[in-house]
Design a protein around this ligand. Structure first.
Ligand SMILES: [Zn+2]
Length: 139
C-alpha cells in the first residue's frame, strides 16, 4: 500500500470540503482490502445535525459500492494532525477492525495507528454474534 498516494488523495478530497459554517476542512481517503480507493470530505448543513465527517463520507461511499473491508484510511484536516471524532472511530471499527489509520499533515509528515490504539476495548459486530451474548441476563 502506498501511504503517500493515499495522503495525496485525502488532500485532494479536503479541497472539496463544504464547510461554510466552521471553515474547517477535512479530507479522507481509504483503500479497501481489494485495492479500491474512496475519498470523502466533510459536508456541513445549516441545521448542523445532518453534517457528515470526511471519514464517514468516504466509508459510506465504499460500503454503498459493495466494499466493506477497509485496509487503511488517511485523514487530513486544518488542525495540526486532525484525528477522527468518536463517531467516525466507531464506523471505522465496523468496517476496518484491523485498519491502519494515517493521520497526516502532508505526504511527508504523518502518524500511523492501529484502530485499537484510537478506540481501545471497542464494541463491534462480533459482540452481537450468537454465543457471544449473555442472553440479556444483566439487563
Ligand atoms: Zn467524524
Amino acid at each position: 500500500m502506498d501511504i503517500k498516494r493515499l495522503i495525496r488523495k485525502a488532500l485532494e478530497a479536503q479541497k472539496k470540503a463544504y464547510v461554510p459554517y466552521s471553515n474547517f476542512h477535512v479530507g479522507a481517503a481509504l483503500i479497501t482490502e481489494d485495492g479500491e480507493v474512496f475519498t470523502g470530505c466533510n459536508i456541513e448543513i445549516s441545521s448542523y445535525s445532518p453534517t457528515l465527517c470526511a471519514e464517514r463520507t468516504a466509508i459510506f461511499k465504499a460500503v454503498s459500492e459493495g466494499h466493506k473491508k477497509i485496509k487503511a484510511i488517511a485523514i487530513v484536516g486544518d488542525a495540526n494532525f486532525t484525528y477522527p471524532c468518536g463517531v467516525c472511530r466507531q464506523v471505522i471499527r465496523e468496517f476496518g477492525k484491523d485498519a491502519i489509520i494515517i493521520i497526516a499533515n502532508s505526504e511527508d509528515e504523518y502518524r500511523e495507528y492501529k484502530l485499537d490504539e484510537l478506540l481501545p476495548h471497542s464494541f463491534g459486530p462480533e459482540d452481537l454474534e450468537d454465543g457471544n451474548t449473555r442472553g440479556g441476563e444483566n439487563v
